[in-house]
Design a protein around this ligand. Structure first.
Ligand SMILES: [Zn+2]
Length: 337
């Protein structure tokens, strides 16, 4: 059973108004993977948001009059689940439809369908076909698999039919669909591989940076017992903007090889990137070398690669001092202008 929902949203001024209200349930039933399938489509008369949100109107090809003549959610959902039958296995594209279905069922206090298992076919497609975790759009997936696409998208019934075709195609290609545990394992392996690739790329790009650019700021951070102490210290995290008097404060560190990387921002001069390495010092201590580069010196993907591939070392925020300093600056500015 493949289903797809279209929903409407309000212009939220209260909690209730934030609910995504289902306005169409579309489904496609396959009795087996070779089946040509049976469609189901029903509109739902809205009771929470009576008017269609302007963005929904743009996306979804349906008119308001049709909705007004439709049954309410209780009637339509009962009809839908009856049509699905007792032993149905449910599939959707992505996790949104399951979430919205649950919200609507909860809103109307219809509890018996809250624990149905729903298979996310998008995740299977991403992992098996594209080897990503990128939440591919339905249309993109249909095209990537070379499936026929004559139906209009964003109609719940058509989207469900597309999802069913994708399901059948995945089974044709891979023999069967992996279960949740297998998907978890595949995703874990993929993430590890992507992390390793990013780490390697970051390490290589880092060498190019060191070889080709002179840091805008360079300083030693001395006498630390451990690298961790230094990473959390003000001497490694707080420095002057190389262009002006503003104090900058680096965020979390990402460890690539022997280098720790963090990012900061000057309100006037943009982003700066700090690179910290260590060498041993007399008395069993460590000395850090901090090198700061401006955004325009940095190879475009370097920080992203560090974030993806590096081990993250979280630091606590230092907001208070910063805010006070900003305020003082603002006051100073006011005074001089
Ligand atoms: Zn600055």
């Amino acid at each position: 059973m493949f289903f797809d929902l279209e929903w409407n949203q309000g212009y939220p001024r209260s909690e209730a108004e934030k609910i995504d209200e289902i306005i169409q349930i579309g489904a496609y039933r396959l009795t087996d993977w070779q089946d040509s399938g049976t469609p189901f489509s029903a509109y739902v008369r809205p009771s929470i948001h009576k008017k269609l949100h302007h963005q929904v109107k743009k996306m979804v090809p349906l008119d308001q009059a049709k909705l007004k003549r439709a049954g309410n959610f209780r009637q339509v959902s009962a009809e839908f689940f009856r049509w699905c039958g007792k032993d149905a296995v449910y599939f959707t594209w992505g996790t949104c439809d399951a979430r919205v279905l649950d919200t609507n069922l909860c809103w109307y206090g219809i509890e018996e369908y809250l624990d149905i298992e729903i298979y996310d076919l998008q995740r299977a497609f991403d992992l098996l076909v594209l080897h990503t975790c990128s939440q591919t759009a339905l249309e993109t997936a249909v095209n990537a698999l070379g499936l026929e696409s004559r139906l209009e998208y964003h109609d719940a019934c058509n989207d469900a039919a597309y999802t069913a075709r994708i399901g059948a195609e995945l089974v044709r290609r891979f023999g069967r669909l992996p279960d949740q545990k297998e998907l978890d394992r595949i995703e874990q392996e993929l993430r590890t591989k992507l992390r390793q690739e990013a780490a390697q790329a970051a390490g290589e790009t880092l060498q190019i940076l060191y070889a080709e650019e002179t840091p805008a700021l360079k300083r030693k951070c001395s006498h630390f017992d451990t690298a961790d102490d230094c990473l959390k210290s003000r001497s490694a995290r707080v420095y002057h903007c190389p262009e002006c008097d503003n104090w900058l404060c680096g965020g979390n560190w990402y460890k690539i090889g022997d280098t720790y990387v963090s990012r900061s921002r000057c309100a006037e001069h943009g982003r700066y990137y700090a690179f910290l390495t260590f060498q041993p010092e007399r008395g069993n201590k460590l000395q850090g070398l901090l090198q700061v580069y401006a955004e325009e010196q940095l190879p475009p993907d370097l920080f992203q690669q560090c974030r993806q591939g590096g081990e993250k070392i979280e630091v606590c925020q230092m907001p208070r001092k910063r805010r006070r300093m900003r305020r003082r600056k603002a006051a100073l500015k006011k005074g001089t202008s």
